[in-house]
Design a protein around this ligand. Structure first.
Ligand code: FES
Length: 197
């Protein structure tokens, strides 16, 4: 018959509880000092994170030349007065020239956000979704859209890249004779004219 071996008391003793290493003060340091240093390190980390986030928000969110930022265009690239508009696909706007000046219309319909098109036969912008139509200058003609087309703020520069005219309210911009480039600020959308007022 096989002999049964009894475990010694030491073998069945539960493992001793150990204090977590992170809260154990190093030798030679009181618990109060240790907690003080831990608090100091936490505060430093918190401040570093706060400063980092503030810097991140202070940086411009959109790059020049991309949608959301300013897009530079040669003034000569705008179409002739009352000619068919020219699409700027990356900037998501239509370049237009009316009797009053140049305009950059946002390409999104003011009804429910479809992409409207230029109807060359009808000489108007027309939305395929619910039939809203707009004149070349962006004014509402018909359909459920509550207002005319939205447009972007414009800045005009001379050949030395000096700012010579600003049009922050989306109004048609008459180009000065020394205009060489135009910056379309796709981060500054101006709402179209409401036809309910
Ligand atoms: Fe253009 Fe409705 S989204 S008419």
């Amino acid at each position: 018959m096989a002999e049964t071996t009894m475990s010694s008391p030491a073998a069945i003793r539960p493992a001793e509880k150990s204090t977590p290493a992170s809260t154990t003060p190093p030798t030679g340091m009181s618990r109060r000092e240790f907690l003080y240093y831990v608090w100091g390190a936490s505060m430093a980390l918190f401040l570093a994170e706060t400063v980092g986030v503030s810097v991140l928000f202070a940086l411009p969110r959109f790059r020049e030349g991309h949608f959301g930022g300013k897009i530079k265009i040669n003034a000569a690239d705008f179409p002739a007065v009352n000619a068919a508009p020219v699409a700027h696909n990356e900037g998501k706007f239509w370049m237009v020239t009316t009797d009053q000046g140049i305009i950059a219309h946002y390409k999104v319909c003011t009804h429910l956000g479809c992409i409207y098109k230029w109807d060359d036969l009808g000489k108007r912008f027309a939305c395929p979704c619910h039939g809203s139509q707009f004149q070349l200058n962006g004014d509402w003609i018909t359909g459920p859209a509550p207002r005319g087309l939205d447009r972007f703020a414009l800045e005009v520069y001379d050949q030395n890249d000096n700012l010579i005219a600003e049009f922050p309210n989306g109004e048609p911009a008459p180009l000065p004779s020394n205009a060489v480039t135009v910056r379309v600020d796709t981060g500054r959308k101006v709402l179209g004219k409401s036809h309910f007022t």
